[in-house]
Design a protein around this ligand. Structure first.
Ligand SMILES: Nc1ncnc2c1ncn2[C@@H]1O[C@H](COP(=O)(O)OP(=O)(O)OP(=O)(O)O)[C@@H](O)[C@H]1O
Length: 632
């Protein structure tokens, strides 16, 4: 990087940092070092050329002044910087119009700072700008001419003091718009109703679709107050008022419904939770109940009901046949001899409810073990099919696939017992990390490679039996006590219809499936793996994004040139993860989520490709395989 650019960057940071102490350590940012060679904190450079691509300081407690002229008047920085991301600090801005010189800028994020004043008109000359987030500041004045920027896809400006009307954005191009809680007024321009009311709420002067207040009540020159009340007395409410009041009535009714539903739910949760179906729980529903989620299962009556109606097995082998009062204990020597009564008596805590049942954390004092018990509802697989599936799964072991250690099966109940995994799921890791902690690239790549390898093994072993995972997703990837990822619930659930293929209920219909259907069930696992890879790369949850697409559809819709700035998790960019390898992994993920199941690669090809990327990454970093790292 040129000396003049280094000088410019250092002055920029001096202005930015202010007097308060920073909340995170910062290295580099000295005139005798190079931002690209010496990995300055917050700087990411291009892979091929030594020039600065992005400057990111989020939540650093920066309390100085953002002066874009210091960097944007340097020609080489102005020609290279694409991302400036300074959210969640205490910054004020000065000479913001100079930002227009950073012509390559695609992302500008300064939310949650103390910026004030009018947004300079010159910023609308940033022709490459894609995403702008100036929310939670004190910007005032008009929204400027941002709509002129044809490629703008995100305009997030809520919680400021912006006034005037909303300009005519090309709404069909926007993926995200939020101007709520400002002082904007007038009608929402045509096409603005593509966004929900929440994007506009909190601007008393705004009217029109999707807000409940129609513009007819506001647009005509308002008559004097006296005249208005006279008119009203004479004519009763006009059409616009009727519309407005019915809008209010609807909103009121909706709120009423929500409250009623919540109250009902509350009542229901006050009923005791238990691992047995309602009809078989012999406890009186009037019984007082501790509303905490810690539950003690079952009275003697309950046990006798379940026991009398069920087949209960014991021993290390399913073949050993029924023995009273124990579960079928399959694998773990630690839980050998675990008895059903023990499970029922142990205190349990609800971990969560999924689509197919609830999972409880159960503490078995006698065995000194923490277990996770999944109670499955609506599973119509007959007992003998269920047992033979368990038996088959019990013979296929992989270190990264969590085994069922015991199970219980009656007509009414199916319980699956796992060892409790103390470190949560990948879903939680990716989408529920406390701010400031990052899940670094090599760990993500490690997770991808471990899961792909384990899935390849399971598919190979269980293809003949027609047993795919069936419900692979990030909440079913759990971290064990060594922070190693493992696949949970292999082969137990119905196939999730995530790739829009005709729903196949593997569990209920295995025997009736033809080979093509079985093959497409395995291909659905590949789709699911692709979604997990996308979650790892984007840091985004798999559900519908705010543009109405799910994660896979959204990523596929982004053109390759935009991957770096649009798709990849900003934490990875910030960390300086290799763009080339992220692109390679993304290409694999995109193949996995191909709409046509036949075009998806085989699991063995995928495992190999991911492993190659991982090896390359390890070579380049010269880091020996470390299990996992969370950095503050
Ligand atoms: N063995 C385990 N150890 C620790 N936590 C677990 C274990 N098994 C499941 N969980 C956690 O319990 C919660 C509920 O799990 P569950 O499988 O019911 O939900 P889900 O995966 O969202 O839905 P489903 O699998 O029914 O589609 C999840 O947060 C999951 O990560």
């Amino acid at each position: 990087v040129e000396v003049s650019s280094i000088d410019a960057l250092v002055s920029f940071f001096e202005n930015l940092s202010g007097n308060l102490s920073l909340s995170k350590p910062v290295s580099g940012w000295a005139r005798d070092s190079d931002p690209c060679e010496h990995n300055w904190t917050g700087i990411v450079c291009f892979d091929q050329i030594p020039s600065v691509k992005s400057i990111t300081f989020e939540s650093f407690n920066l309390s100085g002044t953002f002066k874009p002229d210091t960097i944007c008047s340097d020609t080489s920085l102005a020609a290279s910087i694409v991302v400036i991301s300074l959210g969640d600090n205490n910054l004020v801005g000065e000479n913001l119009e100079a930002l227009a010189e950073c012509k390559k800028l695609t992302h500008f994020y300064v939310s949650r700072n103390r910026f004030s004043g009018v947004i300079p008109e010159s910023l609308s000359h940033l022709n490459n700008l894609k995403r702008l987030d100036i929310s939670n500041n004190a910007f005032s004045g008009p929204v400027s001419s941002f709509p002129r920027i044809s490629g703008l896809i995100e305009f997030v400006a809520q919680n400021n003091r912006l006034s005037g009307s909303i300009p005519e954005f090309d709404f069909s191009n926007l993926v995200n718009l939020n101007v709520s809680n400002n002082d904007l007024s007038g009608p929402i321009p045509p096409g603005g109703d593509l966004f929900p009311a929440a994007s506009y709420l909190g601007n008393p002067g705004l009217c029109g679709n999707p807000l409940p207040n129609s513009c007819e009540t506001q647009l005509p020159t308002p008559p004097s107050a006296a005249q208005k009340s006279d008119d009203r007395k004479k004519d009763g409410p006009n059409a616009a008022e009727v519309l407005m009041y019915s809008g209010y009535a609807l909103v009121g009714f909706g709120l009423f419904l929500v409250i009623v539903i919540k109250l009902c739910k509350k009542k229901r949760t006050k009923k005791p939770e238990s691992l047995v179906e309602e009809g078989h729980d012999t406890r009186e529903s009037k019984e007082p109940y501790d509303a905490s989620e810690t539950l003690t299962f079952a009275s003697n009556e309950f046990r006798s009901v379940v026991m009398s109606k069920s087949e209960v097995f014991a021993g290390n082998s399913v073949e050993s046949g029924p023995v009273s009062s124990s579960l079928i204990v399959l694998t773990s020597p630690e839980v050998n001899g675990l008895r059903f009564e023990e499970l029922l008596k142990a205190p349990a805590e609800l971990l969560g409810r999924g689509k197919y049942g609830s999972v409880y954390k159960v503490k078995c004092e006698e065995h000194g073990m923490m277990l996770a018990v999944k109670r499955i509802k609506d599973w119509s697989l007959g007992s003998s099919d269920f047992k033979s599936r368990m038996k088959r799964l019990n013979h296929v072991k992989h270190a990264s696939v969590l085994p069922v250690v015991a199970f219980y099966c009656s007509k009414q109940e199916k319980l699956l017992v796992y060892e409790y995994q103390p470190n949560g799921s990948l879903l939680k890791f990716l989408h529920g990390m406390p701010t400031g902690q990052t899940f670094d690239w090599s760990s993500r790549l490690g997770v991808a490679s471990t899961i792909a390898e384990a899935l390849a093994f399971m598919h190979d072993e269980l293809r003949q039996d027609g047993i795919p995972h069936g419900n692979l997703k990030s909440s079913n990837i759990l971290f064990n006590k060594n922070m190693e990822p493992c696949i949970s619930e292999y082969g137990l659930m119905t196939i999730d219809n995530s790739d829009n293929s005709p729903a196949i209920d593997i569990i209920n219909n295995t025997s009736q499936l033809n080979p093509d259907q079985i093959e497409s069930a395995f291909r659905a696992d590949i789709h699911a793996l692709g979604v997990i890879l996308l979650e790892l790369l984007t840091g985004k949850p798999p559900m519908v994004q705010n543009n109405g697409m799910d994660l896979a559809k959204w990523v596929v819709s982004v053109v390759k040139e935009e991957w770096t700035v649009e798709v990849f998790d900003r934490a990875l960019i910030r960390e300086g993860a290799s763009e080339e390898r992220m692109v390679n992994l993304l290409q694999i993920a995109i193949k996995c989520v191909d709409r046509s199941p036949d075009s998806r690669p085989s699991i063995n090809q995928i495992a190999l490709m991911i492993n190659n990327i991982k090896e390359e990454d390890e070579r380049s970093l010269d880091v020996s395989e470390s299990p996992f790292e969370i950095r503050n």
